[in-house]
Structure formats: C-alpha cells, structure tokens
Design a protein around this ligand. Sequence first.
Ligand code: PMP
Length: 396
Amino acid sequence: MFEQIERVPGDAILGLIEAFNKDPNPQKVDLGVGVYRDAQGVTPIMRAVKKAEALLLKNETTKSYIGSHGDPRYAKVVLPLVLGAESPVLAADRASATQSPGGTGALRLAADFVKTNLPGKGIWVSDPTWPNHLGIFQAAGIELHKYPYVDADNRLDFDGMLSALKQIPHGDVVVLHACCHNPSGFDLSREQWQQVLETVRERDLLPLVDFAYQGFGDGLDEDAYGARLMAENLDEVLITSSCSKNFGIYRERTGCLIAIAKNHEQMQNVRSQLAIVARENYSNPPAHGGSIVYEILESAELAAVWRDELTEMRNRINGLRREFVDALAPYGLDGQFAHVAEQRGMFSYTGLKPEHVDRLRDEYGIYLVRSGRANVAGLASENLPYVAKAIAAVVK
Ligand code: PMP
C-alpha cells in the first residue's frame, strides 16, 4: 500500500538548518531557527530550571498519570501568570487551564474543541501568521480565513486588519497573537487592542489569543495586556499559553489552553469537553515541564532568579534590535530598517526580499527565511558589522 505514498518537501526552516550546518563559511550566521540564542549562540538551560529539576529529582515520588487536564499545581501557577494575580476573572472562578504538550498542543485542543462544540464556525488568522496555525486548524477540519496584518511596505496594516475583522461573520473565531507576533514582530498598541476588543464585541467573535512569548516583548505583565483586556471584558475567550520560550523548556512540551466562560458553571461545562478532547488526542500531557514551572513559580527565590534570566533574554533581544539599526547607519540604511528596533519578540520581518535573502545565503553565509524573517537572537555584537555590511551590499 505504501508504494502509492508520495514524498512531500520537508519543512523549509529545517532545510535551512541543514544548509547552514553544511556551509563551510567561518563567518556564517544563522538567523533562521526559531529558538532563543545567547551571545555564544547556544540555547541555554535557565539556572532556575536546573534548580527546579534538581528539586524534582530529589522530591518526586511517582510517575503515575496526571490526568487529562494535567497537573492542578501547574494550573494554579500558570493562571495568575497569564491573567494576572489580581484578575477579576480568577476571582470569579470562570477560567480553567488544561495543560497541553506545548502551545502547539493547546492550539490543537482549541481547534478540536471548536470543531466539535461550535460546529460551522470559521477561524481567522493574521496574514502572515505562524505557518503551523494553518496546518493545525485545517487538520482539525475548520474553515480557515485570513485577515491582513502586514502591508506591502512591510508595516503593520492595522486599518486593513480592523476593517477585515468588521466583516467577519458573527460568532467566528479570531486568532490574535498576544505579543511578539510571529513571524512579523509587529505588535498592536494598547489603543489598537481596545479597537480590536470593540470589534470582537460588536461581531460577537470568539478570540483565541495565542500567547507563546510572554516576557519576550516588554515584560511579563506588559506582554499580557491584550490577553487580559479580552479576558476581563468579554464573556468568552480562549488563550493558548506556552512555556517553551519564557522558561526555555522547548522540548519538555509545556503549555495550556485557558478557557474563560461567562460564569463558573459554563466554564466547568467547557472544561468537561476539553478533558475529552485531550483524552482523544494524547490522554495525558507530559508532566515534567509543568512540574518545573510549578517549582519555580511556587518558590519566591526561584521565581526571582527566573524573572532575572527572562529579563536578561528580553534585554538582549531588544538591545540587538537597536544595535542592528545602528550598525546599518554608516550605510545610510538606518531609516529603511528603523522598524526593526520597534518590533518585539524574537522575530523580525526585516523587509528583505527573497532575492536579497538568496544573495545573503549564497554570498555571505547568512541564513534567514525567504520571507525576510530573521531571528534577532541569532545576531551578536561580533557578527553585527558583518551582517550590516552584507545587507548593505545586497540591498543597494
Ligand atoms: N504559537 C506561536 C505563534 C509560536 O511561534 C509557537 C512556537 N514557535 C507556538 C505557538 C508553539 O510553541 P510550542 O508548541 O513550542 O510551545
């Protein structure tokens, strides 16, 4: 039977990693991959995580199942992290967290939940968006639509976004990036979030807020502005939270789907459905990452270490954004790339065209996605002059 199966091309980003690894250029720079890198180019294990793991090794007493909603202790610490310790939503007991294998798992839970429990609802994603959004929602069998997000001049197209949201059929689901928009790096201002809220309310839409980079933009609470605005002002909201980036525990697959309902009773009904969705997908989520997050956030000492490390990562990225623009100034390109310093998160739509990207790769060993998306964390003070010189050569 397998003889009829065709081979599909591999993931473009994985292909990029392979090409980068094979490149003998000693000055090569990888701006493609989607993980945080420190100044030495490594994705480190955070000190707080190492300490939490040492505690777990000593104190963990069982490896039994943790249940379809995951570890309640993880839910207890992640809900205030995302919604805020003083959240009226938590006070009203109308939010539930279902632990999942990463933010990806949370998105799939949300998708299956919508498909089964809100039949006929379409889903709207930004154009562009994280490519896996398309795959996940289509795999769940939901009708997928796009709203504009970045214009032809490589700027946030908020007017285009808002007028598209105003046309969405009542009751459909709209995916919003909470912060650090992947792939563009363009985030909404507080005023723009307010306008989105009003439109969501007018059209009776269900927001699905994808929150994969809390703490990578401007701060843990600052980055939660949009998610909390939705949660506190609407009856029904879904939030997918990921601990992959902000705890640096990518491979532990740690995240959750937060479901907010009008009241406790309806939340419990939704929660009961989510248990079924989780069970049918993978039964129980992996436990280790959630235990790490719990150990850190439960300990004032470890939480302080973690916050410092996260601040260090965020400052490094935002510092590199400014240094990147400064490095282009001698070539008269600081104006053309000024948006890079304004964007937030790990990724930047640089505005480089596919032909620039090809030349950067072939002539300079600088690798980024053909859309012009760069992982800012792949830059370093040492490689910035080289990268700036190469960009100047290919764009002129
Ligand atoms: N949403 C977005 C926008 C992302 O960029 C990512 C990770 N690249 C995720 C969700 C999922 O992250 P994970 O499954 O690794 O937690």
